[in-house]
Ligand binder design. Structure first.
Ligand SMILES: Cc1cc2nc3c(=O)[nH]c(=O)nc-3n(C[C@H](O)[C@H](O)[C@H](O)COP(=O)(O)OP(=O)(O)OC[C@H]3O[C@@H](n4cnc5c(N)ncnc54)[C@H](O)[C@@H]3O)c2cc1C
Length: 167
């Protein structure tokens, strides 16, 4: 069984950033990543300084290169269980592998729960966006909770459908 200082569960932007700092500090680090970042459906990312317009997968590939250049390890896989063991933890992977580490960092991100509207999932990150910033001159609707849905409706979109609040 491998022994690490830190096992990072989740290799998105957060996990890779943490692993980069830890590996630069000469910690023995492993990132285990299931490969489903939240923004996977998006063709490009925006608002990330110096990387505006970059495909999200390119950012993660660059992050992986930076982590490994400092000696960090990356493993494609899914952690299914985590148990306290001695002074540290043992992470159990879907394939049966066991990883031992003194510390664990969980950076598994968020998962979007889309409403059950026909066609919406297929259009997620295409015609259906998580931000209205780039929608200025077209008719659009906003779906979400009352507070979050009202914001883009006020800032120029036509209609908001959040928990019965229509603007
Ligand atoms: C459609 C869309 C477009 C977006 N566009 C932008 C944008 O333009 N600019 C911007 O700044 N932000 C954007 N975001 C937000 C951005 O996606 C998140 O801020 C970012 O992905 C968060 O990074 P993270 O590392 O926390 O999580 P994630 O990127 O979700 O990464 C988490 C990783 O953990 C892995 N994981 C989960 N469970 C396990 C497990 N048990 N074992 C191993 N690995 C596991 C997942 O597979 C995933 O690879 C967008 C989001 C969406 C939904």
């Amino acid at each position: 069984m491998n022994q690490y200082d830190v096992v990072v569960i989740g290799g998105g932007a957060a996990g890779l950033s943490a692993a980069l700092v830890l590996s630069r500090a000469r910690r023995k680090v492993l990132v285990v990543d299931a490969g489903s970042p939240r923004n996977a459906p998006a063709a490009h990312m925006h608002g990330y300084l110096s990387r505006d317009g970059m495909p999200p997968a390119e950012l993660l590939a660059a992050g992986r290169r930076e982590v490994t250049s400092y000696g960090g390890d990356i493993l494609d896989g899914t952690v299914t269980n985590l148990v306290a063991a001695g002074d540290g933890f043992t992470a159990l992977l879907a394939g049966g592998q066991r990883i031992s580490a003194r510390r664990v960092l969980v950076t598994t991100g968020l998962r979007d729960e889309l409403p059950d509207i026909p066609g919406l999932r297929d259009q997620w990150a295409r015609d259906v966006l998580c931000t209205a910033r780039t929608v200025t001159a077209t008719r659009s609707a906003t779906v979400g909770s009352a507070s979050s849905a009202a914001l883009p409706a006020r800032s120029g979109t036509r209609r908001s459908c959040g928990n019965g609040q229509t603007t």
